[in-house]
Design a binder for this molecule. Structure first.
Ligand SMILES: Cc1cc2nc3c(=O)[nH]c(=O)nc-3n(C[C@H](O)[C@H](O)[C@H](O)COP(=O)(O)OP(=O)(O)OC[C@H]3O[C@@H](n4cnc5c(N)ncnc54)[C@H](O)[C@@H]3O)c2cc1C
Ligand SMILES: *[C@@H]1O[C@H](CO)[C@@H](O)[C@H](O)[C@H]1NC(C)=O
Ligand SMILES: *[C@@H]1O[C@H](CO)[C@@H](O)[C@H](O)[C@H]1NC(C)=O
Ligand SMILES: *[C@@H]1O[C@H](CO)[C@@H](O)[C@H](O)[C@H]1NC(C)=O
Ligand SMILES: *[C@@H]1O[C@H](CO)[C@@H](O)[C@H](O)[C@H]1NC(C)=O
Ligand SMILES: *[C@@H]1O[C@H](CO)[C@@H](O)[C@H](O)[C@H]1NC(C)=O
Ligand SMILES: *[C@@H]1O[C@H](CO)[C@@H](O)[C@H](O)[C@H]1NC(C)=O
Ligand SMILES: *[C@@H]1O[C@H](CO)[C@@H](O)[C@H](O)[C@H]1NC(C)=O
Length: 540
């Protein structure tokens, strides 16, 4: 009774805000009204005009393209924003939220544009692109092992700032330095220190967000429910994150890395098979070793590589590997000792290059790609591994790529409901499968996408079920999506929502209903609020 009354009130609020939009948007086109509103609501109208782009500005396309990672979404036919705003001040973020809401324009928020499906910079309806790339200040407090990082920064910029301040502090996030903290932390974020320190989102201790009403809220003001939801519940759903406060983690002065490659044959199948039993369950938390598979050219067979970070010296590492994984025959020459910050450059794929490469937001080679993800809870048999790897011969060499990333360690100790990311104890590793290609034709795309989907179907018996788990940062619209009207039902969203969030999905829906009942912040895979149908709340 009490609950349905609350939702009735929310429903009336929605009705009123739609009525208000109707009146406001009467005269000119919505985006002209938006521009006028923006200028009116910005403290300095000269300043705002310098960060607003429409298709008449010659810099509109370069600014739009700058952060697009997946070339599938950088074509003349890709839907484009009516306006791009690249705020340099928080008040401009507030004005952008206020004015797009007032004029019924959808808002897409972008940090560094790595979303696999391009959701941060494209939409099927008229929209505004809020690109945070200018808001990327980082303040490191090494003494207290804390940092504030603005949401437009990349993880490479964060690592660099930490490295400049301390040789014994680090941060557990992804290995590709061009990934943005805005999207990455909003979806969890994992990398080479996952087994020791968990996800990036496990290490967030405060945040500043702009809510649907344009208010700036920190942890205390937003409350623990919303603070819980933004640490992994997906971006563009609860508000615009302006900055994160993170806990930095201790790292030794010297760490050890290796990246050893092997060609596929009978003995290496044994190696791969055994990896499943040790990588998450036997190795110390200080050691993280992920396995990847590729087929470089027509004449070659499959190459796999084991890439690892050990938070300690090489001698110790060799001891550990000798006793748990002697089959790898790891040698001293395979191992390189270095500082943690140098290891981030190594795993970024630029071994030995100056640290400044971490600041380069366009160091990636861009291509066309489709990736999908899975979780493995029971080791896959040798026979099945061979069958899976046969798929690499059904595609052009160079196109298929697969990574197996181990869990375990502290990941098995953190509770499933600690933050929205649910895949903790019981998950041995995640699989990321992908096809990446360099020619832009539609035929190419459909051929390669069909291959990835085919392999994904083939994996069904070997991976998690009910739900078939997926990782939101490896965005995949194949697993289900919202409708385009913004009125997606709880049940429709639960199809994809359960795969990403499992039992945390319902709590995310409750938080969303509380903070954004009109579903202003949304995309194809944002958690929707409850909607009233026939005066009744849908059952949970
Ligand atoms: C080359 C490459 C390497 C990767 N490596 C890893 C890895 O090692 N580990 C891993 O876990 N993941 C990895 N990822 C996946 C990555 O974590 C996600 O794609 C992540 O969402 C990217 O964040 P972004 O800010 O760059 O992307 P964007 O496309 O800018 O944003 C992603 C989503 O977050 C939303 N968003 C962005 N900023 C904000 C904000 N300030 N407030 C609210 N919502 C926001 C966007 O609207 C969008 O929905 C990789 C991706 C790529 C392309
Ligand atoms: C407004 O911004 C412009 C451009 O940055 C600057 O030159 C000017 O001093 C600002 N005006 C005020 C009142 O702050
Ligand atoms: C885009 O063009 C408009 C109109 O000429 C101008 O006012 C604005 O400053 C331009 N934007 C940028 C970023 O230069
Ligand atoms: C593959 O092998 C054939 C025959 O040895 C050779 O002619 C060809 O150049 C090789 N192709 C590649 C891509 O290495
Ligand atoms: C880190 O890398 C730089 C540049 O390659 C190198 O000069 C330096 O010796 C390295 N330091 C450590 C401790 O690994
Ligand atoms: C960033 O990296 C790209 C690709 O490696 C390179 O072409 C470009 O010059 C780099 N930019 C800077 C500023 O170093
Ligand atoms: C998924 O996509 C990104 C972007 O191209 C790529 O860097 C990554 O390696 C892909 N595949 C896998 C298996 O991670
Ligand atoms: C959502 O809105 C559309 C367009 O107004 C309407 O056709 C559709 O029936 C609505 N769907 C639901 C589930 O309410």
């Amino acid at each position: 009774m009490e609950i349905s009354f609350r939702f009735l009130v929310i429903y009336l609020v929605i009705l009123f805000s739609f009525a208000f939009i109707g009146v406001a948007a009467s005269s000119s086109s919505p985006h002209e009204d938006f521009l006028r509103c923006l200028s009116l609501h910005s403290p300095n109208s000269t300043l705002i005009s310098q960060v607003v782009y429409t298709p008449i500005n010659s810099t509109y396309i370069p600014v739009l393209d700058y952060s697009i990672q997946n070339l599938r979404f950088r074509t003349p036919c890709t839907p484009k924003p009516a306006v791009i705003v690249t705020p340099v001040e928080i008040s401009q973020v507030q004005a952008t939220v206020h004015c797009s809401r007032t004029y019924g324009l959808q808002l897409r928020v972008r940090c560094a544009g790595h979303d696999y499906e391009g959701l941060s910079y494209l939409s099927g309806v008229p929209f505004i692109l809020l690109d945070l790339l200018n808001l990327r200040a980082i303040t490191v407090d090494a003494e207290n092992a804390r940092a504030w990082v603005q949401a437009g920064a990349t993880i490479g910029e964060l690592y660099y700032s930490i490295g400049m301040k301390s040789k014994t502090l680090g941060f557990p996030a992804g290995s590709c330095p061009t990934v943005g903290v805005g999207g990455h932390f909003s979806g969890g974020g994992h990398g080479m220190m996952l087994r020791k320190y968990g996800l990036a989102a496990d290490n967030i201790i405060d945040a500043q967000i702009i809510d649907v009403d344009g208010n700036l809220l920190d942890r205390e003001l937003m409350g623990e429910d919303l603070f819980w939801a933004i640490r992994g519940g997906g971006g563009n759903t609860f508000g615009v994150v302006v900055s994160w406060k993170v806990r930095l983690v201790p790292v030794p002065k010297i760490v050890t890395v290796f990246d050893v490659g092997r060609t596929l044959d009978e003995s290496t199948i044994n190696l791969i098979h055994k990896w499943q039993y040790i990588a998450a369950q036997k190795l110390p938390d200080e050691l993280y070793g992920r396995m990847s598979f590729r087929r470089p050219d027509w004449n070659a067979t499959i190459q796999f590589s084991l890439q690892a970070l050990y938070l300690g010296g090489a001698t110790e590492l060799l001891d550990v590997m000798g006793s748990t994984y002697p089959e790898l025959k790891l040698k001293r020459e395979d191992c390189t000792e270095m500082s943690w910050i140098n290891s981030t450059v190594f795993f970024a794929g630029f071994p030995g290059q100056p640290l400044e490469i971490l600041l380069n937001r366009s160091s990636d080679t861009k291509n066309y790609f489709k990736n999908k993800s899975d979780y493995v809870k029971k080791p896959i048999s040798k026979f099945a591994i061979e069958e899976i790897l046969k798929w690499f011969f059904m595609e052009e060499p160079g196109v298929p790529f697969m990574i197996w990333s181990p869990y375990g360690g502290i990941m098995s100790e953190i509770s499933e409901s600690s933050i929205p990311f649910p895949y903790r104890a019981g998950n041995i590793y995640d699989i990321q499968l992908s096809a990446a290609w360099t020619r832009g034709s539609v035929d190419e795309a459909s051929k390669h996408i069909a291959w990835v989907r085919g392999l994904y179907d083939f994996l069904t018996p070997y991976v998690s079920k009910s739900p078939r788990a997926a990782y939101i940062n490896y965005r995949d619209l194949d697993i289900g999506m919202n409708n385009e009207f913004g009125n997606t039902s709880y049940w429709q969203a639960k199809v994809w929502g359960t795969k990403y969030f499992n039992r945390n999905f319902d709590r995310l829906v409750r938080v969303k209903t509380m903070v954004d009942p009109s579903n202003f912040f949304r995309n194809e895979q944002s958690v929707p609020p409850f909607f009233l149908e026939d005066g009744k709340l849908e059952p949970m």
